[in-house]
Design a binder for this molecule. Structure first.
Ligand SMILES: NC(=O)c1ccc[n+]([C@@H]2O[C@H](COP(=O)([O-])OP(=O)(O)OC[C@H]3O[C@@H](n4cnc5c(N)ncnc54)[C@H](OP(=O)(O)O)[C@@H]3O)[C@@H](O)[C@H]2O)c1
Length: 336
């Protein structure tokens, strides 16, 4: 059985081994049910989950207000165990359009002030810019968060989607708890350079897209129609021939899952958990049913034969299609 808690790097907090990513409760995956979203956060806290991940731009504040409400309405001991990780910096317009990133120190302070208010908390547990602002050296952005730490508004500094060289510069500026980055059976780009670097520097990984946004969950139907407000409608991996190829990989995983008597999603999450004690998968469940399934991954043990069978079914570069549309790929320092 997998250990139930992990530490975010050498300086970060001890957290439950799976975090809850709340993005899909407000944005990017089509409609979500508010009551069920709050019930899912409550159920996660009840099950021992500590880390709740959000971004101030998920539904332009909607996700922080939702988490704030969930925390206010949770029993006190559950509320007190919660650690909130917030991403900032993405610039949006009234129509939801994306227009770059702002990592200037004065912007960092402004973003933080609004997040504290929306969440209804007196500090943010982990604070990070979502993407590198190409016009602002990472030292300035991280330095501004370090000032917020000194002032008690933030507890720990995180990073998101940065490449190894930028991670090094950030770590030379202030202690960094974790790097949040996409990591999954079909998204293994961090293994070559980024993961060795975070390990060398004592920085943890909070892995997102562990189910590749539902693609390798075992629940994504070949004929599923996606609304225009669903990121997946534009994601290269979910298009035409790419989708067919990627779902064939899922079918190969399905056989392994069936043999073990577990679900495909549980295999995919357990695989990420097996990659190291420094990695905390963020689960994007937005219903209690999906949450329960995801938490079941903690009871799945993958032995050497299982890992070899999984590797055989889904080799490292097996996925078809980039993990983001072209315009979004350009913002990923981690892909340079
Ligand atoms: N730093 C960054 O750049 C970044 C980027 C993206 C996300 N994140 C964070 O990472 C979190 C997780 O990312 P993600 O939502 O893309 O991850 P994910 O877990 O790969 O995908 C979540 C989606 O998978 C589907 N799913 C099917 N079975 C599931 C199960 N058993 N448990 C959970 N989901 C299941 C759901 O879609 P349906 O409900 O439609 O079936 C759900 O919305 C986000 O909430 C966010 O906090 C960070």
């Amino acid at each position: 059985m997998t250990t139930r808690t992990r530490t975010l790097g050498t300086t970060g907090p001890r957290v439950f081994a799976l975090g809850l990513g709340c993005m899909g409760m407000s944005a990017l995956y089509g409609a979500a049910d508010r009551t069920e979203s709050i019930a899912t956060i409550h159920a996660a806290l009840e099950a021992g989950v500590t880390l709740l991940d959000t971004g101030d731009f998920y539904g332009m504040g909607h996700n922080e207000l939702l988490i704030g409400e969930a925390l206010r309405t949770a029993p006190a001991p559950r509320r007190e165990q919660a650690l909130v990780s917030v991403k900032f910096g993405a610039l949006r317009g009234p129509g939801g359009e994306w227009s770059g990133y702002d990592g200037r120190p004065e912007a960092v302070r402004n973003f933080a002030a609004y997040s504290l208010q929306r969440l209804g908390v007196d500090h943010i547990d982990v604070y990070r810019i979502a993407r590198l602002d190409p016009d602002v050296p990472i030292e300035e952005t991280v330095g501004a968060i370090a000032e917020l730490v000194e002032q008690g508004h933030v507890r720990h500094i995180g990073l998101s989607e940065l490449g190894a060289a930028t991670v090094r510069r950030a770590a030379a500026t202030a202690p960094i708890a974790d790097l949040q980055i996409e990591y999954a059976l079909i998204t293994r780009g961090i293994e070559k350079e980024i993961l060795p670097t975070t390990r060398e520097l004592g920085i943890g990984i909070t892995a997102y897209g562990v189910l590749s946004r539902g693609l390798i969950s075992g629940h994504f139907g070949r004929d599923r129609q996606l609304p225009a407000n669903d990121f997946r409608a534009f994601s290269p991996r979910f298009q035409g021939e790419n989708l067919r190829h990627n779902l064939d990989l899922v079918d190969a995983l399905r056989g392994i899952a069936a043999q073990k008597g577990v679900s495909v999603a549980q295999i995919a999450i357990a695989w990420v958990l097996s990659r190291g004690e420094d990695i905390v998968p963020l689960i994007g469940a937005r219903t209690r049913e999906r949450l329960t399934e995801s938490l079941g991954a903690l009871d799945v043990t993958l032995d050497a034969a299982d890992l070899a069978a999984i590797e055989d079914a889904v080799p490292a570069d097996a996925a078809a299609g980039d993990r983001y549309p072209r315009a979004a790929m350009a913002h990923l320092d981690s892909e340079r």
